[in-house]
Design a protein around this ligand. Structure first.
Ligand SMILES: [Zn+2]
Length: 74
């Protein structure tokens, strides 16, 4: 995440500050302990649609949907 922000010309606070802020203001945001890469409902739905869909244009639409969904999640 740090690299990504810096690549876009942003400045990054120290890790210490980040964790302090997180604890104080964003403590409701947590990383799931079981699997931090757990997929959400939309991901799961798009994936199963992709597996079922054979039409080229339909697949393209689904892939685009997934891409914009993943982008939002970042
Ligand atoms: Zn998702």
């Amino acid at each position: 995440m740090k690299e990504e922000v810096e690549e876009q010309g942003g400045s990054v606070c120290s890790q210490q500050y980040f964790f302090r802020k997180w604890r104080m203001e964003m403590s409701h945001v947590t990383i799931p302990k079981v699997n931090r890469f757990l997929k959400c409902d939309i991901c799961t739905k798009l994936k199963s649609c992709l597996e079922k869909t054979t039409g080229r244009e339909e697949r393209q639409t689904l892939l685009q949907e997934r891409e914009s969904h993943l982008f939002q999640q970042k």
